[in-house]
Design a protein around this ligand. Sequence first.
Ligand SMILES: Nc1ncnc2c1ncn2[C@@H]1O[C@H](COP(=O)(O)OP(=O)(O)O)[C@@H](O)[C@H]1O
Ligand SMILES: [Mg+2]
Length: 738
Amino acid sequence: MEDNILEVKKLKISFRTNNGTVKAVRDISFDLHRGETLAIVGESGSGKSVTSRAVLGISAGNSIMDGGEILFDGKDLLKVGEEDMCKIRGDKISMIFQDPLSSLDPIVKIGQQIIEALVLKNRESRKNSRKEFNNMLAILKRNMIESSDVSKKAQINKIIKTFNDFNIEAIKLEESYNFSHARCEEIIASINDFLFKASKKQRLDIPAFIKIYLSKLEDIKDPYFTYGYKEELNKHKRILNEIKIKNRHKFSIKTGFKKVFKDVDLATRVPKEVNEELKEFNSVLEKMLTEAKPNFFRIGYYVYKNPNSKIVDKPIEEINDYCYSYLNEHFLNVFLDFEHNAIKNSYNKALEGKKKVVDNLETLRAFFQKGNLKKRSAGNEIKGVSSLVYESIDHLAIIKDSVAYTFATALKSNIKKYFYNESHNAKEEVRFARQTKKRDALIAKGKKIDWKVEPKKTVSLDDQIENIVSSIDRLEGKYKEDIAGKDNIDFAKMSISLIDYFKEKASGAVYKVTNVIARERAIKLMEEVGIPEPRIRYNQYPFEFSGGMRQRIVIAIALAANPDILICDEPTTALDVTIQSQILELIKKIKEERNLSVIFITHDLGVVANMADRIAVMYAGKIVEYGTSEEIFYSPAHPYTWALLSSMPDLDTKEKLEAIPGTPPNMIYPPVGDAFASRNKYALKIDFEKQPPLFKISETHYAATWLLHPNAPKIEMPKVILERINRMKERAGEDNGL
Ligand SMILES: Nc1ncnc2c1ncn2[C@@H]1O[C@H](COP(=O)(O)OP(=O)(O)O)[C@@H](O)[C@H]1O
Ligand SMILES: [Mg+2]
């Protein structure tokens, strides 16, 4: 099974407007696999941006979420509150828009905008880490107790307490280490600035700078951080002090800073030896940052047990190894035993729960299918199954099971909609009947009527029931799969990932980004996205940048949150061609380096040829075809995809074959059949009458066109496109050196 980071299910979105309801997204489903680039391609107005905004929880005020789910990390993003959504936006999912100016504040300097993103994200994740650590530990404890003999309860309590306490010790140690680490980063940042200004021949108050360095240096005293560097640090302290004294005569409070500098030769404003020393000092500090980080999880335990012992003055590897044996022998072997049983217990309990749920879903489904919904009985029915589903969740599992976690809320909201529509439908019927009666009566009296009765706005209750039943089906499918795969579970692996989870959360809780560090990080990010001279650019305003550079800044801001998913909505459409390809290259590069999952939205199929793993083609609010990049480019099946392919500029002839004739439909009145039918010269009669389902072409390739129906006439794709595809294939062959 694919590892999906995001799942969109049956998403339907419309907009209220003065002219009627625009049905912008009409029942689309897609998955984003972890680490892939998924392209969503379609003409302007097909619903691409509306979809991506919904994922980010920033839909317009007049939008109506008609149905569906967006599943991410055990949550349905359509149902989480704004506070949770803020966390996700700050931390997990970032977005880049077509117009970079719209994402930048015009009156705030670029650097500051990146810093804000960095600091905000850090604050959030620190808070969450602590909470999640405590939460998971409580669940672990419960399962340890459940899976052991009653006589072991006291021992387990002690083990969990020890685990918690030594992790707190570890956190303290790490905090001290981080503090020194941060000071070190700060000095480096400041020296880099100094050296940069010196290289621009600026006047600098050398003693003042050195004073700052020396005072920060005082803070770099964590024994683990400074191990092996004490002498070198002392040496530099001495030299810096000498430099401070030597340069002091050039400054006097009376004459003032500026006056003194008038006498200094421009070229030697910062003497060469000062430059040299600072460079050397900096390289020492840089080297300290690259040293292996102590394993505080292990050391924490040792220090917790031996508060007064001296373990610090040894190479980090040695300490790590020693503490590992110590931790293992005195704690971990027993802990892991209990943990292993706890994980098994949690898993098996969940499995039993799943079986029970599967047994009960049949009844639940029948209940709804029969349509015997009464508010109270439906409520009870759901409550019963919801609590079963909650029990069937493996709460010790680190990756959240989205379908199960969101089942109850999805069901509840669908039921709520059902009852809302039930009561409102009746009112609508009454209004409609009353007004029609009045009108008919007036006409019967021979009056001339120049008004119409507004049509009934009733919603199909059957549709709501269908939504409810489909939630049930999906959970059942998922659980049956889980039950079938129960023998392939690797408990040892789960056991290790749980320990890793605790370590990560403990570290996360103490990882502080100060403003000075954030500034240096921001400059690094600017470098990463290819902004030349970031130290100068840092202090400039958005208007001082070209379009391409602005888009790079927006990418840097998106990366500041260190997201898992990056959504790019036409990021290159506003740029000219050469800049376009640079930005595409950049997105490709950061995707690889940071192992991101990317949704890339564009109206131009040509843009994604070298970039997408899979492509979904959208038309009039629906996905009409999806498949791997190869399948879409080399064996497209939907006439709309053919049209998109032929409207791409040819790499050889540099000509567009043909623009797509006609215009997309009015989405207030979407066509009943295939929405592309009226522009499609291969359209069959049925295309105008009935929506085609998605036909399966391969495990990964689907298209919604009646041409794929077994009874459809055999229609080949146009010859020009076939030729073009063959040329593309040849070209790809050449590129691969074939
Ligand atoms: N806030 C809104 N109010 C009314 N209609 C909207 C709104 N936002 C988008 N639409 C309509 O929804 C459809 C899809 O828009 P969009 O997703 O922006 O298209 P694109 O695929 O070009 O990104 C279009 O018909 C558009 O006019
Ligand atoms: Mg758009």
